[in-house]
Design a protein around this ligand. Sequence first.
Ligand SMILES: Cc1cc2nc3c(=O)[nH]c(=O)nc-3n(C[C@H](O)[C@H](O)[C@H](O)COP(=O)(O)OP(=O)(O)OC[C@H]3O[C@@H](n4cnc5c(N)ncnc54)[C@H](O)[C@@H]3O)c2cc1C
Length: 332
Amino acid sequence: MIQYQHSLGELNSFRVSAKAEAYLALERLDQLALLSDWRNRPNYILGGGSNILLAGDLPGLVIHNQLKGRRLVGQDQEFVYLEVAAGENWQELVLYSLANNWAGLENLALIPGSVGAAPVQNIGAYGVEFSEVCHLIQAWDMQQQRFCKFESTDCQFAYRDSIFKSLYPGRFIICSLVLKLRRQPSYRLDYGNIREEIGDQPLSIRAVAEAVMRIRRSKLPDPKELPNAGSFFKNPLVAQEKLEQLLAQYPKMPHYRQVDGRLKLAAGWLIDQAGWKGKRMGAVGVHERQALVLVKYAEARGQEIVQLAEAVQQDIAQKFGVNLVPEVNYWP
Ligand SMILES: Cc1cc2nc3c(=O)[nH]c(=O)nc-3n(C[C@H](O)[C@H](O)[C@H](O)COP(=O)(O)OP(=O)(O)OC[C@H]3O[C@@H](n4cnc5c(N)ncnc54)[C@H](O)[C@@H]3O)c2cc1C
């Protein structure tokens, strides 16, 4: 049933108060047919709310994906194919894969949110991205009012991006995914200090996931204790020429070469260098240990976080000539 003037305060990890004009808890696929009246209105597909910033009340319909279920749909010598409904919790899926000894998700442990949101920004952590385990995505097309399927190659997965995020926000309600998980692990240990964290424990996917979880818990503020949406900005990509200019001034600036020849800079390093780490603007601020994370210390409107983000963006543009783009989705 559609509810009107629904409060979203408990449904986003910044715990910002805002209302949706209309709200539907999507628990069954047959509810999708009821959405045709809303196809020409703004609509917002909500999962765990850990990558959104509610900048104000939302006109239109919020579709809160709570579809549940998972089942094995195929297997061969190398892979198992696991279908998972979009409303399942990502971390529970990671734990389920570990319990079955299926590899591929161990580096992506403890990322908050739902399974259905994972393809949207092609979640990534510790050297692994969602695209590497994606086999198939099944979605409801709000415009055409029908189901459709996307193979991994259709999704234009890129760094924190896909067609669902940049080309068609709000159009496709991802209903389920088929993941391709390995029977034999292919370890990725060279990112961050996973190797050091594992130490002399026997190597296993569980040991990797536990190391990742320990590192994450020590570095990132828990949104339940200090509301936040994880990394607020994407790491910027620059051309070689720009990097050389920056290195002349900041020889220690971290940078990572990408396959397309561009260089990825660390947004957190830039924000830290510019003196923002630990700074507050009223009830919101830049986290004391993680400059890439904006946090809400006390009751605040979404607009206050927007203003802080804009102040950081302007300062970084002025000091380094680099544009920071939010990773977090602003609604509306
Ligand atoms: C502490 C913390 C740490 C984080 N660490 C990481 C990290 O390491 N790596 C990383 O990549 N991200 C990270 N994030 C960001 C976030 O966890 C991910 O982006 C996650 O996938 C968001 O899931 P969600 O269900 O909360 O999505 P929501 O915030 O509800 O939605 C995010 C976007 O996905 C869309 N969406 C959600 N569900 C669907 C669906 N079923 N169909 C279509 N569109 C949908 C929404 O419309 C919105 O645009 C972190 C966040 C926090 C708070």
